[in-house]
Design a protein around this ligand. Structure first.
Ligand SMILES: [Zn+2]
Length: 170
């Protein structure tokens, strides 16, 4: 079974987090579990999957089959979601970084917040397993932003179940 936001269980999530040396939002977060000499690995449902892929899934949601998750920091064991990007976006991101267009952590995080990410934040909260602070810790998104999402101050067009909302965009 393919690991997706639908099949990702809380048990898997917990197994992921206990193996992460979580540091500051801009620092690399070393994976403490198994590795294949290049990347951290996790075995889920008898399949080995890159720990960075699990991290990407948890924070940013599903990606199409065959898409590569790349490290911007070139540190294969790093699972900091802010250092991970999809396939060919890597170069764009690097170019942007060089131009300084996402200087500062806050802009970076807002730029990274995606519809799947917002859905996941809502769903985790509604499941009752995570509060605002924990969600902020996990996602690297500020407490205030998480609060705003959960209280429908921002991202109102994205629903927890992913069905979308028919609010006018304002
Ligand atoms: Zn890193």
């Amino acid at each position: 079974m393919k690991l997706t936001t639908e099949t990702l269980t809380d048990v898997t999530r917990n197994r992921f987090w206990i193996k992460v040396d979580k540091r500051g939002p801009d620092e690399c977060w070393p994976w403490l579990g198994a590795n294949n000499g290049r990347y951290g690995t996790m075995t889920i449902n008898k399949r080995t999957i890159g720990a960075h892929k699990v991290s990407y899934l948890i924070h940013h949601g599903d990606t199409p089959d065959g898409v590569m998750i790349l490290h911007e920091c070139d540190e294969g064991l790093c699972v900091n979601p802010a250092h991970l990007c999809v396939g060919s976006h890597a170069k764009n991101m690097r170019d942007k970084a060089e131009r300084g267009s996402h200087r500062g952590e806050r802009v970076w995080h807002l730029a990274k917040l995606t519809n799947p990410g917002v859905k996941l934040i809502r769903r985790c909260f509604e499941d009752g397993h995570y509060d605002c602070q924990r969600l902020s810790d996990i996602t690297g998104v500020t407490y205030q932003t998480i609060w705003s999402i959960l209280n429908d101050k921002t991202w109102r067009h994205v629903d927890a179940d992913g069905s979308g909302r028919s609010l006018p965009s304002s």
